[in-house]
Design a protein around this ligand. Structure first.
Ligand code: GLN
Length: 236
């Protein structure tokens, strides 16, 4: 067996329930950008019938339809592994349905509030319209990420509690509420951006890597940076 004790463990939560609009690309680009810096990685796929390991470094959750979202939230709450991992200081990157269910509560398809995993101080309900389309937003300068772009498709609207900070302010699109997009709290970060978000926004991918491994050298601009510029130009 290979020695994976010091590899960066990237845990992909419930690909069978939460993986819309290519969100699995987030896993691939994190691995790629880590390995280009000589950081070994181990990818762990956790299906909804599996226990969530507590010893991971970066946990990724994607988007989902309303019913798979409810099932995923119930299983994650019953399992407890993701919450324990976040309490240990693991990084979490959650998209759309994944973002909503790591919060305190979210709305089901009739907007009844259901409990979330409770690792991010947000509450989501359903809006009157569906937010669909390209989104551009400026990330909180404290994170050093700049402008991000993505594709959003959600009915939910999200309000932040006092322990969470808005990830970004929207330039176009809806995000949480038409003003802000996403939230973070320590190393737990959620966003409505698909696209997938990390290939479209390499600096966001590098933020997650820095959270776990500290300073990392810059990479030569490549197709990821070109894609970022192209999508920004197309959206504005
Ligand atoms: N079901 C959620 C909503 O509509 C999330 C959708 C998604 O993940 N794309 O708000």
């Amino acid at each position: 067996m290979s020695d994976t004790s010091s590899a960066l463990r990237i845990v992909w939560i419930y690909p069978d329930l939460l993986s819309t609009y290519g969100d699995q690309g987030n896993v691939l680009i994190l691995r790629r950008r880590a390995e280009l810096r000589g950081i070994r990685t181990e990818i762990v796929h956790v299906h909804s019938s599996d226990a969530v390991p507590v010893e991971g470094d970066i946990y990724l959750l994607g988007g989902g339809e309303d019913r798979p979202q409810i099932l995923a939230a119930e299983r994650l709450r019953a399992d407890g592994g993701l919450k324990r991992a976040a309490e240990r200081g693991a990084a979490v990157f959650a998209v759309c349905a994944g973002y909503q269910i790591i919060g305190e509560s979210y709305g089901d398809d009739a907007d009844n509030p259901l409990p979330g995993v409770g690792i991010l101080d947000i509450r989501s309900g359903r809006g009157e319209t569906r937010a669909v389309g390209e989104i551009v937003a400026d990330v909180d300068p404290a994170l050093g990420v700049g402008r991000i772009t993505g594709f959003e498709n959600h009915q939910g609207r999200t309000a932040l509690g006092p322990s969470a900070t808005a990830l970004s302010r929207t330039v176009t699109g809806t995000g949480n509420d038409g003003q802000t997009e996403g939230a973070f709290q320590g190393q737990v970060l959620g966003t409505y951006l698909h696209g997938p978000a990390l290939p479209r926004n390499p600096e966001l991918a590098d933020l997650l890597l820095r959270w776990r491994v500290g300073q990392i050298p810059p990479l030569e601009p490549s197709w990821g940076e070109r894609l970022h510029e192209e999508r920004l130009a197309a959206a504005l």
